[in-house]
Write a protein that binds this ligand. Sequence first.
Ligand SMILES: Cc1cc2nc3c(=O)[nH]c(=O)nc-3n(C[C@H](O)[C@H](O)[C@H](O)COP(=O)(O)OP(=O)(O)OC[C@H]3O[C@@H](n4cnc5c(N)ncnc54)[C@H](O)[C@@H]3O)c2cc1C
Length: 408
Amino acid sequence: MKSIMKIVIVGAGPVGCYTAQLLKKMGYQPIVLEEHLTLGKPVECAGIISSKLLDLMRPFVSEEAVINKINGFNINSAWVESFSINIPGIAVMVNREKFDANLGAGLEIYLGQRVSSIKRENGFYLLETVKGRKFEADILIGADGVNSMVRKYLLEKYAQQKGHKNQNIKLDYYFGLQYQIRLTNSEQVMTNTNTMTNISAMANTNANTNDIIQVYFNGTIPFFIWIAPENHQKLRVGVIAEEGKKVLTDFLREKGIEGKIEEVVTGKIPVGFIPTYGKQIALVGDAACQIKPLTGGGLFYGLQSARLLADCIAEGHLEQYDNNWKKMFGQEIKFGIKARKIYESLDEQKRGELFQLFKKNAHFIEQMVDYDHHSLLFREAFRRPQLLMDAGKLFRFYLEDLVKEFFA
Ligand SMILES: Cc1cc2nc3c(=O)[nH]c(=O)nc-3n(C[C@H](O)[C@H](O)[C@H](O)COP(=O)(O)OP(=O)(O)OC[C@H]3O[C@@H](n4cnc5c(N)ncnc54)[C@H](O)[C@@H]3O)c2cc1C
């Protein structure tokens, strides 16, 4: 019976492949359509995920896909002295090409098949690719990323049903750019004071900064710049900002980072809260905007939602999927969107005060931060009278707004 139901997944990114793997395990025979000729390429990701997520993906993802272990973050800003958040084993850096290829192993994937049209006829979805191939589906899953055409189709139908224009459903897009740099002088390492230094100068300090991600905030970019080391020779330096190329060029010069750019990664990040279910059709991953609005990370929510989606299909209740994933991550995303809007509206002085507050409470952050659930830190903070008072003095107006989000 299960094998008779035709499930078509558009997009063989990590989320589409993982959804297919779970369905296959349940006895279905999903097919996956992918526009590119190779899985995992082009890479559009820094590849940083929580160790918790890696553990969940272990049955599919091999140790080979893991490049580095991350034990903390150095927070650098234009306003306060740098400080560290040390959390041994909090995250890992993965090779997205291998990660995606692992997730796609053994699946029925049609490569080089870009879906160009979707129609619904006699209870089926009819898909056609640019190469003229036709596919029929009882259930259609859009795992086709940030520019999802399945999302476009679903939102148009949703808008028609509700009798309004789908322009009412608002999405924000942010642009990411990352360079993979092989250092000219492989003895260079990042110091805790965030400039490059020669490794021999640090010989007495036992400092191992190859497992620390440097993060830089300033008054002009909405997110941050990151330096994530692959090893002592290679860095991933990236930013999410409109003029990413200029920002990174200035930054590399200022920090004295010299080397060969071996790979350039670009991509868009969709931030929003949208309907993800229609008649026998669902969105998952970036297509569904299952993204952490504060950092742009999408793998955790996307892969977790894939599991919820596969369970709903197996239970014969696809209509519950939208509710189920939103029960799990919806509030996180809504909180993140609000917090992001507030952060972007802060002037230099307020951003400075915010980072002073973070620095003062670095130990609390170390103890309480959850890499995949950012709002938990704020919830905990609301329980600390002193912290709440400090935050209230600076951000009274905004705090009320954020608290409302928790009780909405
Ligand atoms: C610069 C940058 C850095 C990032 N760093 C991180 C990070 O460190 N950690 C993290 O968790 N997230 C990060 N992200 C986000 C992360 O890359 C995405 O959330 C993740 O790739 C989403 O996976 P997905 O499977 O939903 O979509 P995708 O990986 O985008 O996969 C979608 C697939 O669908 C295919 N496709 C699209 N349209 C069609 C079509 N019409 N027909 C057929 N195939 C189609 C595409 O070719 C693609 O293979 C980053 C994003 C950017 C831009």
